[in-house]
Design a binder for this molecule. Structure first.
Ligand SMILES: [Fe+2]
Length: 162
């Protein structure tokens, strides 16, 4: 049996992972509509990963015989107007998700909930990877793609191979 606070935080996290998928699908649409199909593909894959993250929490709650509550998804409300703003927003969002994971982790620590801590270990590592990927994307865009059509073309091709 899990502590009620942990269950609530995990249900909230399921919602936020699905919101992440929703956000990345929106990013994929943004790039697809501009004809940057590599970027669009990259964010589609990212959206799929976010659904898998939600499923990991769902499975954990089921394994612990706890109830999953699916909540309403907030509408996408960023107002990014260019590629760089989209990439930056992605990083900012991942940093927010890292904060949420850390909050569940520290609550589990307080409760001596070692099973949950072990489960969360994967997410702690994953968030480091997500922030690194988001940062790298910004760096590559700034280095090669700003005001350089062929750089943007190459980067789009690279991202399409994800
Ligand atoms: Fe995630």
């Amino acid at each position: 049996m899990l502590n009620a606070k942990i269950i609530n935080m995990m249900n909230f996290q399921i919602n936020k992972e699905l919101v992440s998928a929703y956000l990345y699908l929106d990013f994929a649409n943004y790039f697809a509509e501009k004809g940057l199909n590599g970027f669009a593909h990259w964010y589609r894959v990212q959206a799929q990963e976010e659904i898998e993250h939600a499923e990991k929490f769902i499975d954990y709650l089921h394994d612990e015989n706890e109830k999953v509550r699916l909540m309403t998804l907030d509408p996408i409300d960023h107002n990014c107007t260019n590629d760089q703003e989209v990439l930056e927003y992605g990083l900012k969002h991942e940093m927010y998700v890292t904060k949420l994971i850390n909050e569940i982790y520290s609550e589990a620590e307080k409760l001596y909930d070692y099973r949950t801590l072990r489960f969360l270990e994967w997410f702690v590592n994953e968030q480091a990877e997500e922030e690194k990927n988001a940062n790298e994307l910004i760096d590559k865009y700034e280095l090669f793609a700003i005001q350089c059509g062929s750089g943007l073309y190459q980067l789009d091709k690279e991202l399409g191979a994800r």
